[in-house]
Each structure stands twice: as C-alpha cells, then as structure tokens.
Design a protein around this ligand. Structure first.
Ligand code: CTP
Ligand code: MG
Length: 236
C-alpha cells in the first residue's frame, strides 16, 4: 500500500500568552517567520506529500511565501482561515486535504524545532497503530497543589509531555474529529479524542528541543536556539 502523507499546520491562534500585537506564527524568529521555520522543520525530511496551512482570518496572503515551503518537494494544497479554537482549526484544515490522504500529521506552527527523524517515526507508528504522538519524560518532581500549598507528590514514572507533529490514519481521524465536533468540551490535542474512542495512540520518543513557544521566555529561548542551529547548519 502506498502512503500519501498530508500535514495540517495550525497557525490560527492569537498568541495571547506571548502578548505581541501580531499572531505569533507571523512574528520573525531570528530573521524568519515562526510559520516558515515550523514548516521547514516539519517538511525537511521529504516524507510529507501535501500541506494545508491554517491561519487567522485575514492572514491568508501573508502565509503565501511561507507556504511555498522554501523549495521543498511538497504541494501546498491550501491556506485556509481557522476557527476560534484549535480543534476547530484542525477540523477546517482536515476538510481541505485531498482524498488520497492516508496519514495525517497535525503540527503546531508554534513548534519550529522538529527533530530530524521524528516525522518518519511518527508516520510509521501511525500507520501501524492508528495514532502516534511525540512524547518526552517529565524531568522535574510533580506536585499537586491547591490554594498555594502542596497537596501531594504525583508519581511521574507513567507521565509524559505530549508534543506535535501527531500522526493519525486519516479515516480514524475523520471519525474522531466528527465525534469531537459534537462535544461541548475543547481538546488541546487530537490524541485526546483518540483515547476517548478507545483507539491506540503510540508514544514515540522525542526531545525537549521540540518545545512549543507559548510565553515571552519561550520566545527568548527559541531566538537563541534558532540562531545556534542556523549557524550549525551553515557550518556543515
Ligand atoms: N491554534 C489554531 N487555532 C486556534 C488556536 C490555536 O490554529 N484557534 C494553533 C496556534 O496557532 C498554535 C497551536 O494551535 O500554533 C498551539 O496553540 P497555542 O500554543 O495555544 O497558540 P495560541 O493559541 O496562538 O496561543 P495562546 O493560547 O497563548 O493565545
Ligand atoms: Mg491557545
């Protein structure tokens, strides 16, 4: 069986916690937009056949240059306006994918440092198990708090932090998104819908460098990391 891999890159958030006056995906991170960097790091390995970029309403044209994917061999199928919630943006992006799609990767534009080799491992695991997410262990001791005091220490062995790109077999994701739409509750990732339906979601080892830029501190860290990794790429 062939494998047609499509990616939905969600960039339609406002970036409220970052606090800039432009949506975060369109801010320049060490000389290139965050969206452009995230697309490159996702598509670099050449495993993705087509991509749909989901942006805030009114930003479709500004996403044009980034979605040319910097000369990488991938079709930018559409740039579409997203919804008020991330889950809605994913659904809108899904509608724009070609019917040939067999595996869907959902990726946050807010994660510009996808580690080499991760995309391939996510695709393989999604094909085999139905769903797959990148995960990292929690390095710190985890506490449960209430009213400003520690209530208890939570065993962390079984816990991990979930990242993107998350991969799903297209038919299963379609079903999960339909179920999600009928629920009141918002989901911060699609894997949560999968779990709810009893589908398997495989954990794939990832790295902490694949962090999501959420706060101004994350932005400062990402600026330094982008400059360092750009320099390394140039040295090679
Ligand atoms: N996202 C989206 N549509 C939304 C909300 C979020 O496409 N309605 C995207 C964001 O653009 C981001 C990813 O989902 O790439 C992860 O969300 P998050 O880090 O929360 O980004 P924002 O929603 O932009 O930030 P904030 O919650 O601080 O406003
Ligand atoms: Mg958000």
């Amino acid at each position: 069986m062939g494998r047609h891999v499509s990616a939905i890159v969600v960039a339609a958030g406002r970036g409220e916690r970052l606090g800039a006056d432009t949506p975060k995906a369109f801010l320049e991170l060490a000389g290139r937009s965050l969206l452009s960097r995230s697309l490159s790091s996702l598509l670099m390995g050449g495993q993705v056949d087509e991509v749909v970029v989901v942006v805030p309403p009114g930003f479709e044209e500004r996403a044009g240059p980034a979605s040319e994917c910097n000369g990488l061999p991938v079709t930018c199928r559409a740039v579409v306006a997203g919804g008020a919630r991330r889950s809605e943006s994913v659904r809108i992006g899904f509608e724009a994918l070609s019917l040939a799609t067999e595996v869907v990767l959902v990726h946050d534009a807010a994660r510009p440092f996808v580690p080499g080799g991760l995309v391939e491992r996510i695709i393989a695991a999604a094909l085999e198990h139905g769903g797959a997410i990148p995960a990292v262990p929690i390095p710190d001791t985890v506490k449960e708090g209430a009213g400003g005091f520690v209530q208890r220490t939570v065993p962390r062995e079984a816990l991990c932090l979930s990242q993107t790109p998350q991969g799903f077999r297209a038919g299963l994701l379609k079903e999960a998104l339909e179920v999600g739409e009928s629920l009141e509750q918002d989901f911060t990732d699609e894997a949560a819908l999968f779990e709810g339906l009893g589908y398997s979601v495989r954990l794939v080892d990832s790295c902490t460098t694949n962090f999501k830029i959420t706060t101004p501190d994350d932005w400062r860290l990402a600026t330094a990391w982008a400059a360092a990794t750009d320099r390394e790429a140039f040295d090679v």
